[in-house]
Design a protein around this ligand. Structure first.
Ligand SMILES: [Ca+2]
Length: 276
């Protein structure tokens, strides 16, 4: 009897959650003038629809049945237009030294410094789906990813990989990124590190048995034996040298011999239609 009551209670909680999402969805439609039929699932489609101004836009997260807000970069100098921002550092106004729950949920402000949240990033990386035909299997076209970087000397780099995905929460959002652009193969062979789980100051999922990298470096990232790269590290002071104690990208000195710290860092997705 108790088991039955528990099941009924859980069922009611699920229904309540669904109702809440439906209500948020309807409210979003009302305020934004969007409907599910006319909403977009990433910035590439928004750009292609004619919105060519960089800024904050709502996108539809299919698997979560809700909208979220992202910064769409429509200005990037590239043949590929409409990049969906999942992380951005630009002025140090948001504290990135946070625990697991914040990193799963997301924090900051999409118009400024922002972390979209591991669960949202996981869902976004797998929502570009298609089938060969109506009865065929559903395939996922993974997004390309770009790491947009600029140091205090004005040196810039945009490092592209052809595939990005995260594994689920059960696998601690392990990073799987591959297909580094040929132009960067020599100077950026160190970063970022694929195949490792996400760690925060309150969750040690790294491979270093002697240390808790996220706690030691006040950052949350996909660490291996500590710092090969971490774009969520503390924000550096003006003209400070690149340091593992701050936002860090391994191998930067090959691009700028001064090895000056990054004052801007952002991670962006691009959804290719090729092969669809
Ligand atoms: Ca450890």
């Amino acid at each position: 009897m108790m088991l039955l009551l528990k099941e009924i209670l859980l069922h009611c909680q699920d229904q309540q959650k669904l109702l809440k999402n439906l209500l948020e969805f309807t409210t979003s439609q009302y305020y934004l003038g969007y409907s599910h039929d006319t909403s977009y699932e990433e910035c590439t489609s928004i750009y292609e629809s004619g919105s060519r101004t960089s800024g904050v836009y709502p996108i539809w997260l299919k698997e979560r049945f809700q909208f979220t807000y992202v910064y769409c970069d429509m200005d990037l100098v590239s043949t590929k237009k409409g990049w969906t921002t999942i992380q951005r550092r630009m002025n140090g106004e948001v504290n990135f030294n946070r625990g697991w729950d914040d990193y799963v949920r997301g924090f900051g402000n999409p118009s400024s410094e922002h972390w979209l949240g591991l669960e949202n990033i996981y869902r976004l990386s797998r929502q570009n789906r298609f089938s060969i035909n109506i009865l065929g299997p559903i395939n996922i076209k993974l997004p390309e990813v770009g790491f947009d970087l600029e140091d205090w000397d004005g040196m810039k780099a945009f490092v592209q990989y052809t595939n990005f995905r995260l594994k689920s929460k059960a696998r601690n959002y392990e990073l799987d990124v591959n297909g580094l652009d040929e132009a960067f193969k020599n100077i950026f062979s160190m970063a970022p590190i694929s195949g490792f789980e996400f760690s925060t100051p309150d969750r040690d999922n790294d491979k270093n048995n002697e240390s808790h990298c996220a706690s030691k470096y006040k950052s949350s990232w996909w660490f291996r034996y500590c710092v090969e790269t971490h774009l969520n590290g503390p924000y550096p002071r003006y003209k400070q040298p690149m340091s593992r104690k701050n936002i860090f990208w391994g191998g930067w000195q090959w691009l700028n011999p001064n090895n000056t710290a990054l004052h801007f860092a952002s991670i962006k997705f691009y959804y290719s239609r090729d092969g669809l």
